[in-house]
Design a protein around this ligand. Structure first.
Ligand SMILES: Cc1cc2nc3c(=O)[nH]c(=O)nc-3n(C[C@H](O)[C@H](O)[C@H](O)COP(=O)(O)OP(=O)(O)OC[C@H]3O[C@@H](n4cnc5c(N)ncnc54)[C@H](O)[C@@H]3O)c2cc1C
Length: 374
């Protein structure tokens, strides 16, 4: 795992585990980007901090939030023109608008975690080059920024509103702020059951009116009724030592979005994807890196990017993909709101949904609920 605490050990917050029975108005399960956005919004909306609780199975940002590619991408997992075709024009356009605004909100809240670089999507074939052009045309037709791209990474399009992102840094910053406002956060407290207004961990309980489950990977473990709609998948990455062999000014998305890389400010390359090379084995919630995919990522690093710097980190995490390509969002049982299944691109839409879940928990409407309705 690429872990910011290795650079600055003081950056890792630590919270107690839950060992008693407590009460709250709202309990948020999962302290990744979505759950922390939800808690932030609860406070912004005026919720009593002493009546809000956050519970995490492991540590803040230890799930996909702390192990991802660090792209802030507007839209849903589908490329914009595909989203227009699949979800309808008005819905796709509004989702794109909301996610662009969400990138601004994330940058305003945690500027230390965001670099306004833009992103590029490059084509690995002639078919894909034509698809990049269709993607660009659809963005421009709706007045969204985009430009043709030709550079060292290949041909495709550049989306100037996208950003490079340090998701673990953001998660830790938000957790410290939220706890500083008086919200009780607990780590190493996996939720095992939610029943009759009670969230149960191995050693503790939270009695509450509303539960927000902000768990992307393993969402269906807590809510088995979602199983037909979502499936866990393992995504893998590696990082190199700092290198000057290559200069990658902005995150790169390639081969229909399967593969992605960016160069961190200290020169390290973080490179991931190639999930299809692992075949059916990658449809799992097991977060152990595997030889098949790691070897393929490293081959790309050596043969295509021509980087010789040593690989210093290898990691994986589980996320959920939905069958219809849209996140799961809404009240799935009385008093239980679920958000997740971002199909591999949850940094932005996960934060958007997390904030909207807070509004729902406070009894307010959330536009995103209608936009994401199946
Ligand atoms: C390798 C990889 C690369 C990716 N690249 C990108 C990218 O570049 N851009 C992008 O937008 N998205 C990317 N994603 C997807 C993105 O990381 C996720 O969609 C996003 O982090 C989801 O945020 P979250 O807060 O919902 O989930 P998470 O960050 O996974 O947080 C959920 C938290 O819930 C906790 N939890 C789970 N079960 C329980 C339980 N029973 N009780 C209590 N706590 C529990 C977990 O420990 C975890 O900390 C990538 C994912 C991976 C794995």
């Amino acid at each position: 795992m690429w872990d910011q605490s290795e650079i600055d050990p003081s950056s890792r917050p630590a919270f107690a585990n839950l060992t008693t029975s407590i009460q709250a108005d709202v309990c948020v399960v999962g302290l990744g980007g979505s759950g922390l956005a939800c808690l932030t919004e609860l406070l912004r909306a005026g919720a009593d901090a002493s009546r809000v609780v956050g519970i995490e199975a492991a540590a803040v940002g230890s799930g996909a939030a702390g192990r991802n590619g660090g792209f802030l991408l507007a839209g849903t997992a589908a490329f914009y023109h595909d989203a227009v075709r699949t979800f309808g024009h008005d819905r796709a356009r509004r989702l794109y608008e909301l996610t662009i605004s969400q990138i601004d909100a994330i940058a305003a809240e945690t500027p230390e975690a965001v670099r306004r670089t833009g992103s590029v999507r490059v084509a690995a074939s002639e078919d894909e080059r034509l698809d990049c052009m269709a993607h660009l045309d659809a963005l421009r037709a709706d007045g969204f920024p985009g430009e043709p791209y030709a550079g060292q990474e290949g041909f495709g399009l550049l989306v100037p509103t996208d950003c490079a992102f340090d998701p673990l840094r953001r998660a830790r910053s938000l957790a410290c702020r939220i706890a500083g406002r008086g919200v009780r956060l607990y780590e190493r407290s996996p939720v095992v059951r939610i029943v009759d207004g009670e969230v149960q961990t191995g050693e503790g309980r939270v009695q509450c009116e509303h539960v927000v489950i902000a768990v992307d990977g393993r969402l269906a473990v807590l809510l088995p009724e979602l199983r037909p709609r979502i499936r866990d998948v393992r995504l893998q990455m590696l990082a190199t030592a700092p290198t000057t062999e290559i200069s990658v000014p902005r995150p790169v998305y390639a081969r229909w979005g399967y593969d992605y890389w960016q160069q961190l400010p200290d020169g390290r390359l973080a490179l991931g994807g190639f999930r299809d090379y692992g075949g059916e084995d990658e449809w799992t919630s097991d977060a152990t890196p595997t030889g098949a995919v790691q070897e393929r990522i490293e081959r790309f690093l050596r043969d295509e990017l021509r980087v010789r710097a040593p690989v210093t980190h290898r990691w994986a995490a589980a996320v959920s993909y939905s069958t219809n390509g849209l996140p799961v969002f809404g009240e799935v049982r009385p008093g239980i709101i679920a958000t997740g299944a971002y199909s591999g691109t949850g940094n932005v839409i996960g934060a958007l949904c997390g904030r909207a879940a807070a509004r729902l928990a406070l009894g307010e409407p959330a536009e995103i609920a209608d936009l994401l309705a199946a």
